[in-house]
Design a protein around this ligand. Structure first.
Ligand SMILES: Nc1nc2c(c(=O)[nH]1)N[C@H]1C(S)=C(S)[C@@H](COP(=O)(O)OP(=O)(O)OC[C@H]3O[C@@H](n4cnc5c(N)ncnc54)[C@H](O)[C@@H]3O)O[C@H]1N2
Ligand code: MOO
Length: 406
């Protein structure tokens, strides 16, 4: 039997052959989940001017520094400063200006007293507590300076970043293009969604719909190519369209079966095959190759769980790299096993489907009872892969394990 490629070597090969795509300018709403291609600087100081952090009164510290409940400072109310207004008020000795959160601090004032520590009667404001000089004033430029880099190249755009971009008046930004990713399932036995079953041996295809959605949730633009039968000429016709996409994914037909044509046909459409079988379980038969600069071909296994595992371990990081992400892998963490785990064949590193949850600071992990690669329940009832290293036959309850979060 041909040598199985270790996962590290396979990953290295994939990552050596993929880089961020070209960039495009998009409206900030369309940038969500994508990565900045350039640093972003602030158009102005933030805040733009000294302003009040509270609803209350702008005063001079000197006038209120000894104020107390028993002996309130008495100040003359000389006007009102609301957020968004720019009245030209001045606070002189013994004066107070009514102010609202966000409004500019009037000239002469250096402190804001919140309204709940005051009382106003007949044009006189009684200040019943002393405050430090500068209290409740937000200073010009204390968050961001004009021209300062506020978001960096490679940073992911989440809702927070969209807010920041709007705050610095940027409606359009430059991000990396999303990869166009095609998926095709192969197999004579496969039935499309809604297609009636005419023979008992037919199988409802889940893979091409699952992979379509996994592509989208990874940040790629999915293209659904449906199902191709195990007929070389028909399969070849579809495979020839690979040049339209950045990544082309097939599912099924990469193992030892007589009709497992994918591995032969891809070479005919110009795929330079880099590896074919991995030393992992599930997802042993995974074919990877390139068909030009930054164009990747993945032949994923037909068993649904194997297909998902291969996608998560290999295709996901490729899509994230094309998107310009810095962190391209799914998150890993250490957890404690809560049930004995054992297996007979320890020749491959295993990615066992598992549930991970937290008790206080500690992450706990329980492997799913169904671990065969045709059992999709193991995935829908799990949120992690528990990594069982090569040559390890059993892990005991209470021992540490490494998990990949899904
Ligand atoms: N003699 C050997 N046989 C197999 C080996 C091996 O090393 N020697 N490897 C096994 C492993 S591991 C896997 S995984 C599968 C992968 O096979 P293929 O990728 O060639 O996939 P198929 O043979 O087409 O199908 C396998 C299995 O998956 C079901 N399937 C296929 N496509 C879909 C789909 N779109 N949706 C849902 N289910 C699908 C198919 O009905 C089969 O049950 O090979 C083993 N065999
Ligand atoms: O690798 Mo297969 O993917 O064990 O079922």
């Amino acid at each position: 039997m041909a040598e199985l490629t270790p996962l590290e070597d396979a990953l290295r090969t994939v990552l050596e052959n993929v880089k961020p795509l070209d960039t495009e300018k998009v409206f900030i709403y369309d940038a969500l989940g994508r990565f900045l291609a350039r640093d972003i600087t602030s158009d102005t100081d933030k805040p733009l001017f000294n302003n009040s952090a509270m609803d209350g009164f702008a005063v001079r510290y000197e006038d209120i520094k000894e104020a107390s409940e028993e002996k309130p400072a008495q100040l003359k109310l000389v006007g009102e400063f609301a957020a968004g207004t720019g009245e030209n008020l001045k606070v002189g000795e013994g004066m107070a200006v009514k102010i609202f959160t966000g409004a500019p601090i009037p000239e002469g004032a250096d402190t804001v007293v919140p309204v709940e520590y005051t009382e106003t009667k007949n044009g006189v404001v009684y200040i019943k507590r002393a405050f430090k000089k500068g209290a409740n004033i937000r200073l010009k430029g204390e968050d961001v300076r004009e021209g300062e880099v506020i978001l960096r190249k490679g940073q992911e755009i989440r809702g927070y970043e969209v807010g920041m971009l709007a705050f610095v008046n940027r409606a359009v930004i430059e991000v990396y293009r999303r990869p166009q990713v095609a998926v095709l399932s192969t197999g004579d036995e496969l039935l499309e969604l809604g297609e009636p079953q005419s023979r008992a041996s037919q199988i409802r295809s889940s893979n091409h719909h699952m992979v379509y959605s996994l592509i989208e949730s990874a940040g790629g633009v999915p293209h659904q190519l449906g199902i191709a039968p195990d007929k070389p000429e028909e399969l070849l016709k579809v495979l020839k369209t690979c040049h339209r996409y950045d990544i082309f994914i097939t599912t099924g037909g990469v193992s030892m079966g007589e009709k497992d044509y994918v591995q032969y046909l891809v070479r005919e459409v110009g795929v330079d095959v880099k590896f074919h079988k991995l030393r992992i379980k599930p997802a042993k038969p995974v074919l990877f190759g390139t068909y030009g600069e930054n164009k990747l071909f993945f032949g994923l296994p037909g068993n649904p769980v194997s297909c998902a595992v291969a996608f998560d371990l290999l295709v996901y990081p490729a899509i994230r790299t094309m998107l310009g992400a810095k962190e391209v892998f799914k998150k890993k963490l250490k957890a404690v096993l809560t049930k004995d785990f054992s297996r007979r064949d320890a020749s491959r590193r295993e990615f066992a489907r598992a549930k991970v949850w937290f008790e206080g600071e500690r992450a706990l992990c329980e492997p799913h009872p169904k671990q065969q690669s045709h059992m999709l329940t193991s995935l829908v009832e799990s949120n992690a892969y528990m990594i069982v290293p090569e040559d390890v036959k059993e892990i005991k309850n209470g021992e540490p394990v490494e998990v990949v979060l899904l």
